[in-house]
Design a protein around this ligand. Sequence first.
Ligand code: G3P
Ligand code: CA
Length: 248
Amino acid sequence: MEYIAHRGASAYAPENTLDAFELALSMGMSSLELDIQLSADGELVVHHDLDLKRTAGADVKIADCGYAGLLRYDVAAHFPGAKRPQRIPTLAQALALVGGRGFVNVEIKNDRGIYAGIEHKLLEVLRTCGNGWPRRAAVSSFYHPSLETVRRLDPEIKIGVLASSSVSIGDAVALAVRLRAESVNINARRFTPEAARAAHSRGLKMLLYTVNDRRRARELESMGADGIFTNNPDICQDGWNKTGGTDD
Ligand code: G3P
Ligand code: CA
C-alpha cells in the first residue's frame, strides 16, 4: 500500500510548510501531499484554508493578498511546539526542497473556480522546476473543472479525482475513466470493499484520506485500499514506535 504524507508530516510539524515536507522525507516517505492556491499577485502558494485564520491567526484571504504580504504571517502559529516561525511556501520552493527525493500529490484548491488560470500556472511551475516534475507529480482536486482543464493542457499528467460526499462513487469512477485518471480519492469513512472493486474494475486505484492510525490503515489495506494520506507517516514504519493519531 502507498502511504502519502498529508500536508507533509503534519502531525509533527506545521502543515504545508517546508519543515513538514523535510520531516516527512527524513522519516522515509517518498510521497507527499500538499494544497495550492493563488495569491492576489498570481503566486502559486502552498496552504490548505482559503485564509490564514486557523494557521496564523490572521483574518487575511490568500486571494486578496500579494505574496510579499502573505510572508508577514507565521503559518506555524497554530502548531503547539513549532520549532520556529514558518512562512507560507510557494509551490516552486516546495518542489525544490523535495528535489529528486519524492513524488508529490498537488491538490488544487479552487472551489467555485475562484482562482482563474491556476491550472496553467501549476503546469508551468511543474515544467520549469526541473527534476522531471510533471512526471513525478499527480494533480488532484475536488473542483472537477480544474481537472478537466489540467487534462486538456497535459495529456500525460497523473490525475486523482477527489470525490466529496456529494459525489457518488459511480460518478467519480466515470469521471476518472473519462479523464484517464490514475485514482479516485475519497474520505476513508465512506470506503467499502465495493467502492474499491468499482475503481479496480476500471483500472483505477483508490486512495483514502485521512488515516492516522496504524491498525486502521492495515484494515483498509485488507479491504482493498491502494493508498492512504496520513498526517502520521510513522504508522507505516515498523521501526517507529509512536502511537498513531486520530483519524479525521
Ligand atoms: O487529498 C486528500 C485530502 O487532502 C483532501 O482533503 O481537506 O485535507 O485537503 P483536505
Ligand atoms: Ca489536501
